[in-house]
Design a protein around this ligand. Structure first.
Ligand SMILES: CC(C)(COP(=O)(O)OP(=O)(O)OC[C@H]1O[C@@H](n2cnc3c(N)ncnc32)[C@H](O)[C@@H]1OP(=O)(O)O)[C@@H](O)C(=O)NCCC(=O)NCCS
Length: 161
């Protein structure tokens, strides 16, 4: 029997088709200032090989991440895995949930045989950059890139030792 400890009710699991509608709604709400991310994430979720990770408490989703393996033609092992998005519901941030989602995402990437995870985040998103820096991600030299509404993006990466 449970002790009532919230940590016991929390689960971090692979995403399933039934999570898709919530992930799309959450992306739309979270990234509205950057572009039409409901549609963009919906398309990512149709990509071959894509995976998601979901954090939930008593069947209520609280956060997700999306991972895409970049594979060179004919190779099974991805040359890198892209962390397409990671989101924790606004009321549940700063309690380690994002880090749990990121840790599980990296396990998925390792299970695919990847040695590197890359991601983009907005140059103005100091909180996300700090979050990724603490988790071992470092800015990467890359072509300048921009979100649909014009904000500059930076690329960060973590190589597994
Ligand atoms: C980025 C994001 C996913 C992080 O999720 P989160 O659940 O807040 O992450 P964590 O709680 O693991 O870490 C956040 C901070 O809380 C602190 N923290 C972690 N556990 C804690 C705890 N138990 N008590 C107090 N603080 C804690 C961490 O030290 C961290 O501090 P930092 O900002 O100095 O690095 C979340 O802020 C988010 O959804 N942002 C909007 C979407 C976004 O920008 N995504 C990234 C680009 S795709």
């Amino acid at each position: 029997m449970g002790t009532g400890d919230p940590a016991e009710r929390l689960s971090i699991r692979r995403g399933e088709p039934r999570d898709r509608a919530w992930i799309v709604r959450s992306s739309h709400a979270t990234f509205a200032g950057f572009g039409d991310y409901g549609d963009i994430i919906d398309r990512w979720l149709s990509a071959r090989g894509v995976a998601s990770v979901v954090a939930e408490e008593q069947a209520r989703p609280l956060g997700f991440s999306i991972l895409y393996p970049h594979r060179r033609l004919g190779l099974l092992r991805p040359s890198f895995v892209e962390l397409v998005a990671i989101v924790v519901e606004p009321g549940r941030r700063d309690r380690g949930l994002g880090r749990s989602l990121l840790d599980r995402s990296e396990l998925v990437a390792r299970a695919w045989g990847a040695r590197e995870v890359r991601l983009h985040t907005a140059r103005e998103n100091d909180g996300a950059q700090r979050f990724f820096l603490r988790a071992g991600y470092r800015p990467r030299e890359a072509e300048p890139s921009f979100y649909p509404r014009g904000q500059a993006a930076i690329e960060m990466a973590r190589r597994f030792g």
